[in-house]
Design a protein around this ligand. Structure first.
Ligand SMILES: Cc1cc2nc3c(=O)[nH]c(=O)nc-3n(C[C@H](O)[C@H](O)[C@H](O)COP(=O)(O)OP(=O)(O)OC[C@H]3O[C@@H](n4cnc5c(N)ncnc54)[C@H](O)[C@@H]3O)c2cc1C
Length: 458
């Protein structure tokens, strides 16, 4: 189960480009995990849990000690509308297995190579979360290995069995910054979003839905951002809408390198997807009316075939891939946001971003993402040294504004190591101390996921 040192480079990074270091790599079976944790506890050796490494905050990158890979936890059984899934199973396998039974695993972090365990540890969400919520909502039970070497199975509804202090929730629809400590103090909620700092998720029971029979998907292009943002506010109320995703003009410019058919006059776009099952009237006609009313471009794209959906899904997913490629070329590391605000503050937050970015970054940025939930990703792509030096402090100003508007410093990626400094912008020292008390209870030597989320020692 232990791989001969040195640890290969591919285990030391994640998609953020953050680089860690480690002395040992364990790739245990589910049965061997408790033994690894007991050895680590005995030797006071830090352990960092590694899923697929698609995280964008450095969470799986070890700062010394050992890496514990979840690659061998590969159970995948579906019984009626429940999936029993090992933490190392890629989301693509889960989606495919559910699809074969005409079922749907609703959360959709667009990166399908991510592992089930990583998506639970970050409480991942994504484009379909507008309707279905984040990963948290779909977990029915978790099997977790704890640092004392015990393996425990927690069913949803089981209350944490030691004293914990409640923490406030931001008013944003999505949030995953810090531990989830709220009534009814459910164990499952605590592990979901804890970013590998409290225990190793071995297996999960996940709820599935009947897959919709009929869907209409579209990429609606607009001449510029204001028309698209206006449409967002109106279109949130559309029945059975499950995606409302935003692309600003700079995002479309990046995509033009691969998609020559993006209309020349497009300065912004929305990706929409509506479930048609049971709807009355003519949904296509209704979309055409909406398009005209919102000043959308005539050559927008619509389709209702699975191949259309897949084409639009790939179009959406190509964007963060292109952004990450550009980030690697520029060499400044990823400078992106994951902030969400209450939906009624969406316009205020977008105006704040645009004003500052236009003034200080000219064309060197893009904004895209889950605008239906008032959660977009701003990516800074510094064009010169001045911008590169300014970027970190500008991101902190954005974080402060998101919190001031009632939002969160992380909606779906978690804070990992790269963004752990943002936690005190959202929580008071007393509230962070409450999280530390939970950490100490489950990991007294502070060995698991060191430097992720919380400082050491706390
Ligand atoms: C192009 C691109 C697009 C993306 N789009 C989205 C998106 O739309 N929505 C979204 O939410 N995310 C998105 N992400 C981020 C990423 O895919 C998610 O954060 C994903 O959930 C991470 O899973 P992973 O298996 O790669 O985890 P890793 O990167 O390996 O680890 C992430 C964190 O989880 C912990 N962890 C991993 N497995 C376990 C386990 N079994 N038990 C306990 N802790 C564990 C790690 O220690 C680490 O802290 C995107 C990433 C990329 C590269």
């Amino acid at each position: 189960m232990s791989v001969e040192p040195p640890v290969p480079d591919s285990w030391l990074e994640d998609a953020s480009g953050y680089r860690g270091h480690a002395d040992r790599l364990f790739v245990p079976t589910k049965e061997e995990v408790a033994e690894v944790l007991r050895i680590a506890t005995g030797e006071a050796c830090p352990v960092t849990i590694s899923g697929a490494g698609t995280g964008v905050t450095g969470g799986r990158c070890a700062d010394g000690g050992a890496i514990l890979s979840t690659d061998r936890f590969r159970r995948l059984d579906i019984v009626e509308n429940v999936a029993f899934v090992g933490a190392g199973v890629p989301l693509s396998d889960l989606h495919a297995a559910a699809g074969r039974r005409r079922l749907l695993y609703p959360p959709d972090p667009t990166e399908w190579t991510a592992s089930v365990g990583g998506s639970i540890a970050t409480n991942a969400s994504g484009s379909r979360s507008f309707l279905y919520g984040s990963t948290r909502r779909w977990i029915r039970a978790l099997t977790v290995a704890l640092m004392d070497g015990s393996i425990r199975r927690f069913r949803r509804g089981e209350r944490i069995d030691f004293p914990v202090a409640p923490l406030p929730a931001p008013r944003a629809r999505k949030h995953t910054a810090g531990y989830y400590l709220r009534e009814p103090f459910d164990w499952v909620d605590l592990f979901c979003g804890s970013e590998g700092t409290l225990g190793v998720v071995l297996e999960a029971e996940l709820g599935l839905l009947a897959a919709p029979e009929s869907l209409l998907t579209g990429v609606v292009f607009f001449p510029s951002a204001p028309e698209a943002l206006e449409a967002v506010e109106l279109w949130r109320a559309i029945p059975q809408l499950r995606m409302l995703e935003y692309f600003d003009g700079h995002s479309l410019d990046l995509l033009r390198a691969r998609y020559a058919d993006i209309p020349a006059g497009a300065g912004a776009a929305l990706l929409v997807e509506q479930i048609l099952d049971g709807l009355e009237g003519d949904p296509v006609e209704e979309w055409l009316d909406r398009l005209v009313a919102a000043d959308g471009l005539e050559d927008s794209w619509f389709g209702d075939a699975p191949s259309d959906r897949e084409r639009f899904r790939v179009f959406r997913h190509t964007l963060p891939e292109l952004v990450n490629e550009r980030v690697r070329q520029l060499g400044h590391g990823k400078l992106g946001t994951d902030f969400a605000v209450p939906v009624e503050q969406n316009r205020a937050m977008m105006d704040f971003y645009e004003e500052n970015l236009r003034r200080e970054f000219g064309e060197s940025y893009c904004i895209f993402g889950h605008i239906g939930d008032a959660h977009v990703h701003v990516n800074l792509l510094p064009g010169d040294r001045r911008q590169a030096e300014r970027a970190p402090s500008l991101l902190i100003e954005f974080a402060r504004e998101a919190v001031r508007l009632g939002g969160t410093v992380s909606a779906e990626h978690g804070l990992g190591k790269k963004k752990a400094h943002l936690l005190p912008l959202e929580y008071s020292p007393e509230q962070i101390a409450a999280m530390c008390a939970v950490k100490r209870q489950l990991d007294p030597q502070w060995l698991l996921g060191r430097h992720t989320l919380l400082p050491v020692p706390c």
